[in-house]
Design a protein around this ligand. Structure first.
Ligand SMILES: [Zn+2]
Length: 837
């Protein structure tokens, strides 16, 4: 008998709640003080209609599994959200990107989940305005990263993220060409990627063939060559030619752009040396050629291979600056009718080069270092081009472009241009050299990055990155938790913890063995009505304890279902409104979703929360139907079984009761959901009305079982505070008498023996205790009367204190904490007397 662990002596702070628990039945008296509450009412038609629509829509669309939330709620935002969050996956993102052919299409890369880095981990910006340049740039990445989940509201740019060597690179395309657009793009980029310190401007540009390159060994600029903006004495690698002033009749450029950082300048020389070495070796060992091969490996389609491939020197036609271009029909060969006599022969390594010799495939990529002049003009006239070069008075201008100036204004930057034309009238319409020039520029940029050391701390190992991502995700999640959570006394888990501690081990097992209960708990593919279990019990029958037992039993299940519960409390009925309760149920489900099978629940909730945060919406101001819809969405995103337990439905106010019944009717339509509800029998009719009279519902009558009462009383006697005293205050005979009397008194009400054994054990010897036992009654009212009489028989100070305490506890609008009660009792007695009218 004494094998069960004795009930722990109650700790001081818990006393108030114990008193509260024991005084629970006085609610009946309390109610007499208030206007009578309607117990059974007709269902509010308008709101019911609303829910019915949802339920119908759910039922209609549920079998197929696809739901149109927009149709259900009339909320396009939620509909969109729902679409976005269902089936969103890395693969989908990749596939999406592949549809626009912007990502490498090798099959093995599709299967790889992309890494997701935080913005601070990117240190290199890569700006390219044309789509063909973006394609070339993407092919140069060693690793593609996931797009950012969020970026500051001011930043409208779209980024491609990835890694080359030890550098994490942000590839961005201005929304249009030109300096202004480039400047805006870079400004926005820096608000998101705050640690981007170097910029590469990679793309095509117009060559200036009239200027000999300072690397004169390579002669003049040819199509497909690369021009790298490099400082020439006092002039930096990039100048803005349309921003200057006239001095002595000559244009003087005033806007010199920032030099690339030192590490790039060093890497540039390093790479030049390496390529000279490569010249001696077989051509394929040239790293730039190898980088071009990456592009070909990615773009296997003939169309793209042609676009990015070397067009052949026969298509590199340089006419004298005075030669005019003759426009032809689109299909005819370029410059077919132009003056071939005006062609300038190209020199390379002293060998005469014949432009008409189609056999010549001189595709060595020459890298020239010189000045890039940037401005708003696209030159289509050789004479104009040469005049501008002359006018600028700057030596070694090798290239014109339209973006560098805007972009390099703020950041140290390096301009890398593949030469796609000669800025003259013979600019072929077909843009024969665009693809190849974009490719050579990207190939050079990649190689340069590989030769540029990453600064220490720039490259962050994967494990750390992943940990950090989790931290960020957790931060969002805890914000969401906070948003959904209820204040302390309503916190379901606190209530549950309290009940579990109060529960005597071993009690309640008769309930868990009940076939109606086990059938409900092991539900299979059954009608929704069978997944509902209503337990009705008189006050003090131990409904809350049974509910806590059921919750623990569900927690112990091997299939690890999701469980959400709520202990309704009459005293907190103002705060326990329907929206708060639903929010708390969602929160519990979300917290329980802790493995990968429930990822989509978390994802959906985070996205939804983001939407609410953006609109500054608080949970309490949300519509009941909206919160219910979210709960529904959560349920449909998990294949796990979900159990809802609601204790003391009768303790909510009527509006909340109706709301809860509606919510439960809705959620039980999800075939993975089962619901457990406890209530006083007074709500029986309301429940029947709600679910439809005539439908057979799972109703269970709750009564305290004899074995539970015996167990409980024995545990209390074993934990007798006077145990071991002399003379002995308890013997086996008295124990038997107590058990017999209390069990027969109880009549299914657990609270009676609980109160009575406490009162009996206050006797200090067997005689007193026997007398107290004799006084016990079989009704709660009598028991309370007896208790009150015993209180009144104490000394006057204690009577006053007890009366005040009981007044505060029973008439207070909310559950009082011990400290609150202490403060309340400390109020001037005169004041309290004047109130006691
Ligand atoms: Zn021409």
């Amino acid at each position: 008998m004494g094998s069960s662990p004795p009930n722990k002596p109650p700790k001081q702070p818990r006393k108030v709640s114990r008193i509260f628990t024991f005084l629970k039945p006085t609610k009946r008296e309390e109610r007499q003080l208030e206007p009578s509450m309607p117990e059974q009412q007709t269902v509010d038609k308008s709101e019911h209609g609303n829910i019915a629509t949802i339920v119908e829509a759910v039922l209609e669309s549920n079998p197929s599994g696809s739901r149109d939330v927009t149709k259900m709620t009339g909320s396009p935002e939620l509909g969109l959200l729902s679409q976005q969050s269902t089936g969103i996956s890395v693969k989908a993102v990749v596939d999406d990107a592949r549809d626009t052919s912007l990502l490498p299409s090798t099959n093995d890369e599709v299967e790889q989940p992309l890494r997701c880095l935080r913005p601070e981990e990117y240190t290199i910006g890569w700006l390219c305005p044309l789509e063909i340049e973006i394609r070339a740039a993407l092919a140069m990445l060693d690793e593609t990263h996931q797009s950012l989940k969020t970026q500051p509201s001011g930043d409208k740019n779209s980024y491609h993220l990835g890694r080359i060597g030890g550098h994490n690179v942000v590839i961005v395309r201005p929304y249009k060409t030109g300096n202004v657009s480039a400047a805006m793009t870079i400004t926005s980029m820096r608000t998101t990627f705050t640690r981007v310190g170097d910029l590469l401007l990679v793309g095509i540009g117009g060559g200036v063939p009239s200027t000999p390159s300072s690397d004169s060994a390579f002669g003049r600029v040819r199509l497909g060559d690369v021009v790298v903006g490099t400082r020439d004495d006092k002039v930096p690698g990039a100048i803005q030619y349309d921003n200057g002033k006239a001095v002595d009749g000559k244009f003087v450029c005033t806007d010199y752009l920032r030099d690339p950082s030192e590490r790039f300048q060093i890497a540039l020389q390093h790479l030049a040396l390496k390529r000279e070495e490569a010249l001696q070796a077989p051509r394929r060992s040239d790293p730039l050629q190898q980088n071009l091969q990456r592009l070909m490996a990615v773009h296997v389609q003939k169309r793209w291979r042609k676009k990015f491939g070397f067009p052949g020197r026969s298509k590199d036609l340089l006419f004298s600056s005075t030669s005019t271009h003759i426009e032809l029909a689109p299909k005819q060969p370029i410059c077919d009718k132009c003056d071939r006599g005006a062609l300038i022969k190209q020199k390379y390594d002293d060998d005469e080069y014949d432009p008409h010799d189609v056999e010549v495939q001189d595709d060595y990529i020459t890298v020239h270092r010189g000045i890039v002049a940037s401005g708003g003009v696209i030159f289509k006239d050789a004479a104009q081009r040469d005049a501008m070069v002359k006018n600028l008075g700057v030596k070694n201008i090798l290239c014109f472009d339209t973006e560098a100036a805007g972009a390099v204004m703020g950041l140290p930057g390096l301009v890398i241009r593949g030469i796609s034309d000669y800025c003259d009238a013979h600019k072929p319409k077909e843009d024969v050299w665009h693809g190849y020039a974009a490719a050579t520029a990207a190939a050079y940029a990649r190689q340069l990055l590989l030769y540029t050391p990453a600064m220490s701390g720039e490259y962050i190992p994967k494990s750390f990155v992943e940990t950090y991502q989790e931290d960020v995700a957790n931060k969002d999640l805890s914000a969401l938790y906070k948003w959904l959570d209820l204040p302390h006394p309503l916190n379901a888990s606190n209530q549950h913890k309290f009940l579990r501690e109060e529960r005597v081990n071993g009690t309640g097992y008769h309930f868990l063995r009940n076939t109606q209960f086990t059938k409900w708990m092991d539900f299979g593919d059954v009608d929704w009505a069978e997944r509902l279990l209503f337990c009705f019990g008189e006050p003090g029958a131990g409904k809350s304890f049974i509910c806590s037992l059921v919750i623990d039993e569900l927690h112990d299940r091997s299939d690890k279902p999701l469980i959400a519960y709520m202990y309704c409390n009459y005293r907190e009925r103002r705060k326990q409104n329907i929206v708060a309760i639903l929010g708390n149920l969602i929160l519990q489900l979300l917290r329980a979703c802790d493995d990968s099978s429930t990822d989509s629940v978390r994802h959906y909730m985070l996205e939804w929360h983001k939407l609410q945060r953006r609109k500054y919406v608080k949970l309490e101001s949300m519509m009941f139907t909206d919160v219910l819809l979210v709960l529904w969405e959560v349920l449909t995103r998990t294949s796990k079984r979900v159990f809802f337990c609601v204790d003391a439905l009768d303790e909510c106010d009527h509006e909340t009761q109706i709301g809860l019944l509606k919510a439960l009717t809705t959620v039980v339509q999800a075939s993975n959901v089962a619901i457990f509800v406890t209530s006083r029998p007074t709500l029986r009719q309301l429940v029947l009305n709600h679910f439809g009279v005539g439908r057979s519902l799972n109703f269970l009558q709750l009564r305290a079982a004899r074995e539970d009462i015996e167990l409980y009383v024995n545990v209390r006697i074993d934990a007798d505070p006077l145990k071991g005293y002399n003379p002995r205050p308890m013997d086996d005979n008295l124990r038997m008498e107590i058990l017999e009397k209390l069990v027969s008194n109880a009549e299914g009400i657990f609270l009676l023996p609980a109160l009575q054994i406490a009162s009996i054990l206050e006797g200090v010897n067997i005689r007193q205790r026997r007398k107290l036992l004799k006084e016990t009654s079989n009704t709660l009212t009598d028991t309370f009367t007896i208790m009150m009489e015993r209180v009144k028989s104490q000394n006057p100070q204690l009577v006053a204190l007890a009366t005040q305490t009981l007044q505060w506890l029973t008439l207070g609008r909310e559950i009082l904490k011990v400290e609150d009660l202490q403060n309340a009792l400390a109020i001037d007695s005169k004041l309290s007397r004047s109130c006691r009218c």
